[in-house]
Design a binder for this molecule. Structure first.
Ligand code: ZN
Length: 99
């Protein structure tokens, strides 16, 4: 699978770290433990188009929002995540060797 990074162009998916659903761009209110539990542990497992976060670990270090179809694996859109989400996510980058 190839992902077209908006900054680097088409690259092999092994250059990227898959972070998870775009749901991680938002957070429930502090103290709302049921919402936090659901945010962390409950995920839809859709057959069809989803939007996920990917980190261009072996490239430009950009956080990307990738729209792909889980049935066909076709990627229909890739955009760079901008604004506050980048700062939050940069702090959440996995430790070296965590995989
Ligand atoms: Zn890149």
């Amino acid at each position: 699978m190839r992902i077209t990074c908006p900054l680097c162009g088409p690259r092999d998916r092994r250059e990227f770290y898959y972070y998870g659903s775009e749901d991680y761009l938002t957070q429930p209110a502090l103290g709302d433990f049921d919402a936090i539990d659901a945010h962390l542990h409950l995920r839809d497992n859709l057959a069809g188009e989803v939007r996920d976060l990917w980190y261009h670990e072996m490239g430009c270090a950009a956080w990307l929002l990738v729209t792909r179809n889980t049935v066909t694996h076709k990627i229909s859109d890739v955009v760079q995540v901008a604004g506050g989400g980048v700062g939050i996510l940069a702090k959440m980058k996995p430790e070296e060797g965590a995989l």
